[in-house]
Every structure is written in C-alpha cells, then in structure tokens.
Design a binder for this molecule. Structure first.
Ligand SMILES: Nc1ncnc2c1ncn2[C@@H]1O[C@H](COP(=O)(O)OP(=O)(O)O)[C@@H](O)[C@H]1O
Ligand SMILES: [Mg+2]
Length: 249
C-alpha cells in the first residue's frame, strides 16, 4: 500500500511545499505522499512547522510554493469559496479541541451533520449516538465541554471531526496536554477509528512513543524537510544525527 512518487493510489500528495514568514523559512521544499487508508505521523520538534503544514493542507495558510493534492483535489488551486466545501470533507482535530463551549457534546457532534447534510433529526440522533459509542462516551452526550476531562474533550472533538464520514483526517498534536495514559488512549483510538472507518490519517506530534503507536509510517520533519521516514525499526536504525537525538530524547 505504501505510495511511491507519482502513484495514483496516493490519497495525499505534498510536493515541494515551501513557506516562509518574513525571514523565517519554515518549510523548505517539503514532499511526501500518504496512501489511501494509511495512518502517518509527522514528527518534529516544537516550532518546526507541523501546524503550518496541516493548516496549508486545508487552505488556512497559503504556501509560497509547492502543491498539495488531497483525494484528487488540488488544494493549492482552490478559490476561497471552493475551500469552504473542501474543508467539510476533511476531518481536522485542532490542538485545542475547539469544541463549542455553549453546546452539549451531542450538539457539537450534530452540528456538522446539520450544516452539511440533509439528514433528519432522527437520523442525526442515531449517527451522534453511534459516534459517541465509537469514542467510548455513550453517556456523555448531554454534558457540556467544561464538564469533561481533557481526554474526553479530545475524544469528543475526534468524533466531531470524523462524523461526516470524512475520508481524510488531520490531527494536530493529539496528545499534547494529556497525561501518558490519556495520550496512549487517544493515540490508539485515532488509529482504530481510522482503520475501522477507512480514513487516511495524518497526525503531527513531538511524542515519539505515541507516534509509533498511532502510525503505520512515521516521517521526521527537520529544517523544513522530511529527513527520515519508515516504521519504528527503520527510524531507530537511522544514522541521521537529528533523528538519533530526537528518538533518544
Ligand atoms: N501566522 C504566522 N505568522 C508568522 N509566523 C508563524 C505563523 N504561524 C507559524 N509561524 C512560525 O512558523 C514556525 C512553525 O510554527 P508551527 O507550525 O506552529 O510549529 P509546530 O506546530 O511544529 O510547533 C514557528 O517559528 C512559528 O513562529
Ligand atoms: Mg503546532
């Protein structure tokens, strides 16, 4: 399943992505591909451009150069109006869970279904119940985000990100701010749900243990480029000084 250059099977193709903010060159010709159904982690230190990469993948930041193609759509060529439609097809789990505080968990999950589908109230209710089950929160639908733990907020946000039947899921630092147990739980949940629902998933992280736990393949981002990639065994065998230092903490 692993995609090679120019493989039509690739669900996500990023090529030559370059982005600077003033003198700060963040991405410097970044390229990678993700095959359909694959779960990939992009691992790198703080400030290496992980969030900037994901934001470009949904057109919230415009690259200086390079191309991004997702599920056959050239994101980098879309107009603002086309981007609005495109974003509803991509699940995005923001670093701060970004649930609506004034809505219950169930209302948060129902929101994208109301906005983007013609489902009836009853259909929405059963879809919401199904996704609450998926994230192991069957009894939490009536709670407000402020009444939930950090781990539960993350899980609810994950359910909301996936509820439209999205084929592509992007998760920005899903374990940040969580303790080791909750970090493991959300990592395994992202992996399990991606596989179960057939989603192609990219997570960014600086959490080495959970990157390997979540992903089929891990890419290491340094100085604006992918400097190494593979499964844990490949990366542990890398002789790249940055990769060695990063993995050994
Ligand atoms: N909107 C912006 N304007 C200026 N600089 C930015 C902006 N967004 C990110 N940056 C800079 O880009 C670099 C990468 O940021 P980011 O992608 O948030 O890092 P990461 O997510 O890997 O921690 C940082 O140096 C950050 O200060
Ligand atoms: Mg970030």
């Amino acid at each position: 399943m692993r995609s090679k250059d120019g493989n039509d099977e690739a669900m996500i193709k990023v090529s030559g992505l370059t982005k600077s903010f003033g003198d700060n060159k963040v991405l410097d010709g970044l390229s990678f591909e993700v095959a359909g159904g694959e779960v990939v982690a992009v691992m790198g230190s703080s400030g290496t451009g992980k969030s900037v990469l994901l934001l470009q993948m949904v057109g919230l930041i415009v690259p200086d150069a390079g191309e991004i193609e997702i599920d056959g759509v050239k994101v980098t060529s879309l107009t603002e109006r086309e981007l609005l439609g495109f974003r509803s097809r991509v699940g995005y789990l923001f670093q701060e869970s970004a649930l609506y505080d004034f809505m219950t968990v169930a209302e948060n999950l129902a929101f994208p279904l109301r906005e983007h589908t013609k489902m009836t109230t009853a259909e929405i209710g059963s879809k919401v119940a199904q996704f609450l089950e998926y994230v192991d929160m069957p009894a939490e639908g009536d709670k407000y985000p402020s009444q939930l733990s950090g781990g539960m907020r993350k899980r609810a946000a994950l359910a909301r990100a996936m509820i439209l039947g999205t084929r592509v899921l992007l998760c920005d630092e899903p374990t940040s701010g969580l303790d080791p147990i909750r970090s493991r739980d959300i990592s395994l949940l992202i992996r399990d749900l991606s596989k179960k629902l057939g989603c192609t998933t990219v997570i960014t992280t600086h959490d080495v243990v959970n990157a390997f736990r979540t992903a089929d393949r891990t890419l290491v981002l340094d100085s604006g480029r992918i400097v190494a990639q593979g499964v844990e065994k490949d990366l542990r065998a890398s002789t790249d000084p940055f990769v060695k230092e990063f993995l050994e903490g």
